[in-house]
Structures are given as structure tokens and as C-alpha cells.
Design a protein around this ligand. Structure first.
Ligand SMILES: Nc1ncnc2c1ncn2[C@@H]1O[C@H](COP(=O)(O)OP(=O)(O)OP(=O)(O)O)[C@@H](O)[C@H]1O
Ligand SMILES: [Mg+2]
Length: 310
């Protein structure tokens, strides 16, 4: 196998992973891609599903789903995403999901294969990997490829599964410090124990006790967000359709935290902001300032307009 060249363009890779199903991995991965794209339009975002659920394909495909499209399986065979990447909705690029992940898993025994594949692609931006709820070969490839592993935790069961992720990271010498927990589906009214204590506080305490790093942002459980995903139609972007929810602000805050990590990595230097671009950076102090109203010209203008007017 070829070693990646030192001169190759290397993206910053974020894997979203938890062995517990239904903790919000796909919702966070897909919407984070959209918020990151809106916040940093200079930064290409590529999202890749390592799952054969086709949620991401449905969300990002422009027009009808192309079931015959080249997908992750072809990329794996070609050892590059180059011929498989598609420009999707919201300016986010995506790789169509494989139709049968079990076959691909059988070919993913080398845990470094995905890292090499990404390096061969020379993607000068962010790659987001949405993993399946398992700790099998493709997920282990995601761990090796990732610069950051975002581990959603929604309850005590997912806390146990996060511990398994951390153990694998230590055993495979990646290090648990690559992982950062995100509390998801938080409902502050849920209380447990005697005396009753909010679930979210017990989870925060357990994360701290384990010495795991955690995003400051937490993602609330929201019936409106659930609705956006549950139609038979395309799952809808929270940025475009969930502006009234707390989750909208939380995803933006999470994207900002991720961009701080990216900038700290020094991997993809941010361009120096121009005077015109400085205000749309959505610094907290700018939140209350209203920009001059302007008709949106492109999807990017439209997205920033969405931010400004919240
Ligand atoms: N913040 C939220 N508020 C309410 N419902 C949510 C939220 N985030 C996700 N959901 C819902 O929870 C369910 C599981 O979400 P999602 O598919 O993102 O989880 P997952 O971890 O990717 O699941 P799987 O393990 O099946 O891949 C979906 O029905 C989704 O609509
Ligand atoms: Mg999922």
C-alpha cells in the first residue's frame, strides 16, 4: 500500500461515532456539515456515511436519488473518493452510501485503508464520517482516519458504549484524547434517582469523572427537530427549517467549537478575514447586530441571511 505523501493536501477529519443506536449521530453529522459550510464558505465540506442507511443520500442528493450512482464501495476499490464525490444540497459534498455495508466491512480489515483513501483524494477541507452503531471494521477505519472523534451520549447506556470507544482508542494507540463527548437529546426535565437529579447533570458528572473531554455545547431533544427527520421525504436541514428551536443555536455553537479545534490544528489555515467578511463570522458579540437587509444572491448569502435575522 502506498504511504500518503507529506505534500498531499490533507483534510481535517471528524468522525461521529457511538456504538449505541439512535443517539443522534446522523442528525449531528449532517447538520454540522451544513452549519460549518454556512459559517466558512471557503471550506469545502465532504460528508461520508459508513452506514448503509441512506439518510445522508436522501438529505443531500439534489433531485431524485440516483440508485445506480457510484458509492463508497467504488471509492474503496479505487482507493480514492475522487470519482465518487457529488455536490449536494446546501453546498455540501457527499459520497453516496454503499448499498450493502457488510460486504464492504469484509474488505475493511486494514484499519488504515480509509485514512489512505482520504489522503489520496486530496480534499482541502473538512471530511465528516458518520459511522454505523457498531465498533466493527469500518468504524475502526474511521477512528484511524479521524483527527477528532465526536462521541454523542444521550443516556447511561450510551455512556457505557462511549467507554468502549475510549478503550478501543487506547488499545489501538490512537488515544482517548482524540475523542470528545457531545451530550445529545438532552431533556432537562428528565430526572433520575433519589433525590431526583437531572439526567444531564449525572451524565456531565460521569463524563468529568472519566476524564473525557466534552464539547461545551449540548444538543436538546426537540420534537420539531424530530419532525424534520421523520417524514418519508428528505430529512430537512435544521438551519433552514428549525430556526425557532434551541437546537438551531446549539448546532451553530457546536460548529463554532469545531472550527476552533480546526484552527488550533493548523491544518487548514483560515483566510485573513476582509473587512466585509468580518461581520458574518458570527462572533457572539455580532449576534445582536442586524446587517443592512440585502436580497440574497446565492445559497451562501441566503444562509447568512438566515443567521443574521434569527
Ligand atoms: N435533537 C433532537 N431532538 C429530537 N429528536 C432527535 C434529535 N436528534 C435526533 N433526533 C431523532 O432521533 C432519532 C435518531 O437520530 P439519528 O438517526 O440521528 O441517530 P443515529 O445515532 O444516527 O441512529 P443510528 O444508530 O440508527 O444510526 C431520529 O428519529 C431523529 O429524528
Ligand atoms: Mg445514523
Amino acid at each position: 500500500m502506498d504511504a500518503p505523501s507529506d505534500r498531499a493536501i490533507r483534510p481535517w477529519v471528524l468522525a461521529v461515532s457511538c456504538n449505541k443506536g439512535g443517539v443522534g449521530k446522523t442528525t449531528v453529522a449532517s447538520n454540522l456539515a451544513i452549519y460549518l459550510r454556512a459559517l466558512r464558505e471557503d471550506l469545502p465540506i465532504l460528508i461520508v456515511s459508513l452506514d448503509d442507511q441512506r439518510t445522508l443520500d436522501r438529505m443531500f442528493s439534489i433531485g431524485a436519488l440516483d440508485r445506480g450512482a457510484k458509492n463508497l464501495k467504488h471509492a474503496w476499490a479505487e482507493r480514492s473518493f475522487s470519482s465518487v464525490i457529488r455536490l449536494g444540497e446546501y453546498g455540501v459534498h457527499y459520497v453516496p452510501a454503499p448499498t450493502d455495508v457488510s460486504r464492504l466491512k469484509a474488505r475493511a480489515g486494514d484499519p488504515h485503508a480509509l485514512r489512505r483513501l482520504i489522503d489520496h483524494t486530496e480534499w482541502g477541507g473538512i471530511v465528516i464520517l458518520d459511522t454505523k452503531s457498531d465498533l466493527e471494521a469500518l468504524t475502526k477505519n474511521a477512528f484511524q482516519a479521524a483527527d477528532r472523534i465526536l462521541v454523542p451520549i444521550a443516556d447511561h447506556a450510551s455512556l457505557d458504549e462511549a467507554a468502549k470507544v475510549m478503550r478501543i482508542l487506547e488499545q489501538s494507540r490512537i488515544g482517548a484524547d482524540k475523542a470528545r463527548v457531545l451530550l445529545t437529546l438532552v431533556d432537562r426535565r428528565t430526572k433520575l434517582g433519589d433525590p431526583a437529579r437531572p439526567l444531564v447533570e449525572t451524565l456531565e458528572a460521569a463524563v468529568a469523572e472519566n476524564g473525557w473531554s466534552r464539547y461545551e455545547t449540548t444538543i436538546s431533544r426537540s420534537p420539531r427537530v424530530e419532525m424534520l427527520n421523520s417524514g418519508t421525504d428528505k430529512p430537512k436541514s435544521i438551519l433552514h427549517h428549525g430556526r425557532g428551536t434551541a437546537v438551531h443555536g446549539q448546532l451553530r455553537a457546536l460548529a463554532e467549537e469545531v472550527l476552533v479545534e480546526l484552527d488550533a490544528s493548523g491544518r487548514l489555515a483560515a483566510p485573513r478575514p476582509t473587512r466585509r467578511a468580518a461581520a458574518p463570522r458570527l462572533k457572539p458579540s455580532a449576534r445582536t447586530r442586524k446587517p443592512k437587509p440585502k436580497p440574497p444572491k446565492s445559497w451562501a448569502d441566503e444562509l447568512f441571511g438566515v443567521f443574521f435575522n434569527r
